[in-house]
Design a protein around this ligand. Sequence first.
Ligand SMILES: *Cc1c(COP(=O)(O)O)cnc(C)c1O
Length: 390
Amino acid sequence: MQNLNKYVHKVQTPCYVVDETKLTHNLEILKGVRERTGAKILLAQKAFSMFATYDLIGQYLDGTTSSGLYEAKLGHEKMGNREVHVYAPAFSMQDMDELVHICDHMVFNSVNQWQKFREKVANANRNISCGIRINPEYAEVETDLYNPCITGSRLGVRLEDINQMDLNGISGLHFHTMCEQDADVLWRTVQIVDQKFGHILKKMKWINFGGGHHITKKGYQMELLEKSIALFQNKYGLQVYLEPGEAVALDAGYLVTEVLEIGTNGIPFAILDTSAACHMPDVIEMPYHPGILYGADMQNYTNAENDTDAFLYRLGGPTCLAGDIIGDYRFSSQLEVGNRMAFCDMAIYTMVKNNTFNGMPLPAIYLFTRDEKLKLIRKFSYEDFKMRLS
Ligand SMILES: *Cc1c(COP(=O)(O)O)cnc(C)c1O
C-alpha cells in the first residue's frame, strides 16, 4: 500500500486497514480467469466477510459461498444480485427453512443429509441446484488441521459410499482438498477426481473445485488452473466453479498496532496492543509468521527471526495467555514505546475469527480506498464486548 506511513499515525489502534487497490488487483486476476475459461468464481466468506467491499467484489465475481445460514444471509443481503451457495457438514432443519429461500446452490456432505432435506428443497419451488461434497481421498496438505482427506475425515463422501447412492436430483459434485496451493496440486487432484468419479460426472451439470487455490499469488501456474478447468468442460460439458477465500483478499490488509511496553527476560520483548490469540489466531493455529512493515516511512520489512537485522524482539499481545506470542522478529533499530507497525496479509482469516478473550477490544476496520482516502468503516467499543456475554 502506498503512503502507509502517512496514515499509520492517524488510525486508532489496533485496527485493520484493507487496501482497496490490492483487493481490486486480486479481483482483476480472478475476473481474468472467469473470462478466459468460463468458470464461475465465488467469494468464500469464511475467509473474508468485510461486506463493505461486497459491491466491489460483486462487480468481478459471480457471488458468494457460505458455511451455513449466517454467511448465506450475509451474501444474500450484501451481494444478493449474485449467486448464493452454501455447504455445511450438517444443516439443521431450522436453518434449512431459511436457506431454501436464499440459496441457489446447496452442497450436502453426506447421503443422509441429502435424503433428509431433498423434499424441503423440492418444495421450495425455487430453482435450487443440489450437489454432494466428495472426498477424493487425495490431498497434499501437510497440516492435519487443514487436511479434509485425513483418515476418518467427516468431510465429504468417499467413492465407495457414493456408488451406493441414489443421485437422482443431484446436479453437481464439490471437492475441497487444498490449502494455499499452486495449480500443480490441483492438476494432480483433478486427474484423480476424473479417474474415480468420471462415471458420476457424466450425469452432472457442474463441478466445484472448492478453495485453497493461491491464484493471486505471484508465480501461480495459471495455465495449469485453466487446463484443469478445461478437462471437465471438454470431457463432460460441466460448468466449473471455484470458491477461493484467501486468494480474493490475499495481501490486501494490514493490522496496525502500537508498542505498549518493552522489557527483557533473557531476550528482549515488546508488548503490543494487538493479540495473536484474539486478532490473528492463525498465527498460533497454523502456525505462521506474518511480515511486518515498520520505521518512519513504513518501508522496512521484517518477517522472521533469521533476518539479519540486529535488534531481536519477541512480540506478544497484552492478554494473560502465555502463548499469546506473534513471533520473534529482528528490527533494524531499537523499538520504543509508541512505535507503530503493521502486520501484513491481515485481511483474511482475521476479522472473521476475532474474539474478545481477556476483554480485548475488537480492532477497528478501515478501508484505504482506490483514491487514497482512509475511510473508517467501523469501530468497536466496550458494548461489543459486553453484549455477547449476557
Ligand atoms: C475454506 C473453504 C474455502 C475457501 O478456502 P481458501 O483456502 O480460503 O481459498 C472454500 N470452500 C470450502 C468448502 C471451504 O471449506
